[in-house]
Write a protein of this length. Structure first.
Length: 498
């Protein structure tokens, strides 16, 4: 079960990428040119705010980030679901204090439990969080909270007080070639996503979310359910791995308390709706968890059914399948391997571009044929702010794409890791396993009970690849609860990975 994959680990890798590989690859720095418009009263919160970013600048930042987010994460390919989320969001935003922003609401194709906003009114929910929510009102809570960050101008104020600089992630993107042109820009706008909001901002966004929920007649009490869900997902992960939404939105326990406190002061309109059935109908059949078509691990073997290749990382290394590529890092964290798509139409052209970069010391350049795949490779060294890095770079031309695989480490640690890294980078090969090539993602399925039963009985009657604990979390219930005929429950259907 991989839906709660390690975000913490990914952060470390991301950190390593930024500071280890930084000088080596593109270090694009985008600084937000600030336009002074000073202190003003926020219409949503009534507070005086220091804001140096004009609304047109804010929108431009958002539009730029939106292009990158859409390209990098991909939109979930379900037009009816996209329209449903968009309609709900637009209806709420129209009731807010900044109705004239170019609001957009999108479902991104990401299994993480997450939702986020970028300045200018661009809001995203993941297909991951949709699977865990239980009603339209809960979705309205998530969306309303994110709208609150925009109407509360939390990001723009943060950007004004700390002159923001975003640094490219330094890796190309493992996406279809048509999207590669966005690769160099990766990280600039996306860095906005990793802004952490403070406690006050969160409380304020929750309060605004409750306001917008009421205004469109969705029951604001359902926001408490969202907090319970986040709590449940966190506990199931053993505390080591929190949902992405929480890592940027702290204090779930306190938030639930605050929300309850705010609800006490609100008049809940009679006839407020939850719209559970409509919501469940919309998410019936969506992909659940990681999509193995985009690559998956069997221990240290990485299989990519869509791109039809296999790749083996050294034994014992920690690995991650990221948006931009696949990465592995050794236990001492002084060596790393990353596999990405490369620019260039041939392996030699990609190699030339890489080894020709300023600051790169190259040696031993040659062509090779590895596992029947034409390749170029060579050794490199580069001096970064944190010291010298040494490594090898392989470029493979395979099935209409060029792949770049870098194995590198600190000068001190490279000797101990070189052989394992070389063996690994030479393991790139055609994927021939028919079962792996045919793998399909798991799907969420809504079942209407035709007789009373407990969750345990439900799990027996409708076989699922996920554990009873996961069933409990997605249905927000425990194994002792007894359901009646006609109740709708979520299950997950699919096969174990081959
Ligand atoms: Zn928030």
């Amino acid at each position: 079960m991989d839906v709660l994959r390690s975000k913490v680990r990914r952060r470390n890798l991301r950190y390593f990428l930024r500071f280890g590989l930084l000088a080596l690859l593109l270090a694009s720095i985008a600084s937000t040119a600030a336009m002074i418009n000073g202190c003003a009263t926020n219409a949503a919160t009534g507070k005086r705010q220091f804001n140096m970013i004009s609304e047109s600048r804010e929108i431009a930042i958002g539009q730029d980030a939106d292009k990158q987010i859409t390209a990098q994460m991909g939109l979930y390919p379900n037009p009816a679901l996209q329209k449903y989320v968009s309609d709900l969001g637009l209806k709420m935003a129209a009731q807010g204090e900044r109705p004239n922003l170019p609001w957009s609401f999108k479902v991104v194709d990401d299994p993480a439990v997450n939702a986020f906003a970028v300045p200018g009114g661009f809001i995203y929910v993941t297909r991951g969080i949709l699977a865990y929510l239980n009603s339209e009102a809960e979705l309205a809570g998530v969306v309303g909270h994110e709208i609150g960050h925009v109407t509360g101008k939390h990001s723009v104020v943060q950007m004004s007080t700390a002159q923001i600089t975003q640094i490219g992630l330094g890796v190309s993107t493992l996406l279809e070639p048509r999207l590669q042109r966005y690769a160099d820009a990766a990280g600039q706008g996306l860095g906005l996503l990793f802004l952490k909001f403070g406690r006050d901002d969160e409380t304020e966004a929750d309060a605004l979310g409750l306001r917008y929920m009421s205004r469109i007649n969705e029951d604001p009490r359902e926001l408490v359910g969202v907090m319970e869900m986040l709590d449940g997902v966190t506990q199931a992960a053993g505390g080591s791995d929190v949902p992405e939404w929480l890592s940027t939105h702290p204090n779930p326990g306190n938030r639930a308390q605050n929300i309850l406190g705010q609800l006490d002061t609100m008049t809940i309109a009679t006839g407020s709706e939850i719209n559970r059935e409509r919501y469940l109908g919309m998410i019936d059949g969506i992909i659940f968890g990681e999509n193995p078509r985009h690559g998956y691990f069997k221990e240290n073997l990485f299989l990519h059914p869509d791109f039809k290749f296999r790749y083996e990382f050294p034994q014992g290394w920690r690995t991650a399948n990221q948006m931009q590529g696949v990465v592995g890092i050794n236990e001492k964290q002084d060596a790393m391997i990353q596999l990405t798509l490369a620019d260039g139409s041939s392996h030699s052209e990609a190699a030339n571009a890489f080894f020709g970069q300023q600051g790169i010391g190259a040696s031993g350049r040659q062509s090779a044929n590895v596992n029947g795949i034409p390749a170029s490779w060579g050794r490199f060294s580069v001096t970064t702010e944190s010291g010298e890095l040494r490594g090898i770079a392989y470029f493979y031309a395979y099935d209409g794409k060029v792949y770049q695989i870098l194995g590198y480490g600190t000068a001190a640690g490279w000797g101990a890791n070189e052989q394992a890294a070389v063996n690994s980078v030479k393991s790139f090969a055609k994927l021939t396993d028919a079962n792996a090539l045919a793998v399909q993602p798991w799907k969420l399925k809504i079942v209407t009970l035709n007789e009373p039963m407990t969750l345990d009985q439900f799990a027996q009657k409708y076989p699922t690849p996920v554990s009873i604990d996961v069933l409990g979390i997605i249905n927000r219930t425990d194994s002792n609860t007894r359901f009646i005929k006609g109740n709708k429950l979520k299950t997950v259907v699919g096969e174990k990975l081959p």
